[in-house]
Design a protein around this ligand. Structure first.
Ligand SMILES: Cc1cc2nc3c(=O)[nH]c(=O)nc-3n(C[C@H](O)[C@H](O)[C@H](O)COP(=O)(O)OP(=O)(O)OC[C@H]3O[C@@H](n4cnc5c(N)ncnc54)[C@H](O)[C@@H]3O)c2cc1C
Length: 248
């Protein structure tokens, strides 16, 4: 098969793996394990993501519809031999190309992905770590919390639709679960209220806010204005928001 010359120029950032397993871990969270033929040589820090190529961004289709090409998923786990990795994909109620892929991808399917660096990872020197976000954010917080280890002081609020949608996360940590119960996840009053009610040990920690963009922004403003956190101590990574396709 003839290779797209543009794709070849980017080949060092792109690789293909095969789906080994795909199964639900909650009613709306799918675990997708990929296996590569050769060890994955890219640099990696827990919290970083890959961009799954659903349509070639360097093809005519991709150039005309750049928002309909790549979708971003955090690496939940990278095997020590670097031949396998796992993603956790949220099956929200909607119709995007990422959602369709996450619902339908099955063992044996080839998956081409791009490996950008991404700077959404933990700050090891912080005295405590504050996490807040919904289901998509949980998929990123899992590997970050695992990397911090059981000895780290981890505080936070994780929101989901209902208790059966709570994704198990690593460690014996102090994470509060809250539930929307049918309310929208965008601009989530439930999550904001739960973070506002937290009894935090001051403002010297590191905060990680991910998931729906507007909710993240309101929580950051709360920490800065009401709790006097320095902006630089807050990492914010919008994953999706109404009206925007394929955030990265
Ligand atoms: C750095 C980064 C890391 C990410 N990691 C993960 C991850 O590990 N697991 C994961 O599941 N997602 C993750 N996401 C989010 C994921 O990329 C998007 O949910 C995915 O792109 C959905 O693609 P889509 O084509 O279905 O919808 P998009 O084109 O992204 O969005 C179209 C519309 O669908 C709606 N929508 C999208 N996502 C949601 C949602 N979750 N809930 C409600 N409505 C939604 C919104 O109205 C949006 O405007 C990450 C995003 C980023 C930027």
């Amino acid at each position: 098969m003839a290779r797209n010359p543009l794709t070849s120029a980017f080949a060092k950032y792109v690789m293909t793996a095969y789906v080994k397993e795909a199964e639900l871990v909650t009613p709306t969270m799918r675990r997708i394990r990929l296996a590569a033929d050769a060890p994955i040589a890219f640099p990696y820090r827990p919290g970083q993501h890959i961009r799954v190529q659903l349509n070639d961004p360097l093809s005519m289709y991709g150039i005309l519809r750049p928002a309909e090409t790549l979708r971003t998923y955090t690496i939940w786990d990278l095997d020590p031999d670097r031949r396998g990795l796992e993603l956790r994909a949220h099956l929200y109620d909607g119709g995007g190309i990422g959602l369709r892929w996450a619902r339908e991808v099955s063992p044996g399917d080839a998956v081409t992905f791009w490996w950008p660096q991404g700077d959404f990872h933990t700050r090891e020197d912080a005295p405590f770590h504050l996490f807040a976000g919904e289901e998509t954010a949980s998929a990123a917080f899992g590997p970050m919390i695992r990397a911090l280890g059981a000895g780290a002081r981890v505080i936070g609020v994780l929101e989901s639709e209902s208790p059966e949608h709570d994704m198990p996360l690593p460690g014996p940590h102090d994470l509060i679960r809250v539930h929307r119960g049918g309310a929208p996840a965008a601009s989530s009053a439930t999550l904001v209220a739960a973070v506002s009610a937290l009894d935090l040990p001051g403002n010297t920690g590191a905060a990680y806010l991910a998931g729906e963009a507007l909710t993240c922004r309101v929580i950051r403003d709360h920490l800065v204005r009401d709790r006097n956190w320095p902006r630089t101590a807050i990492k914010i990574k919008p994953f999706w928001t109404p009206g925007k396709r394929g955030l990265h």
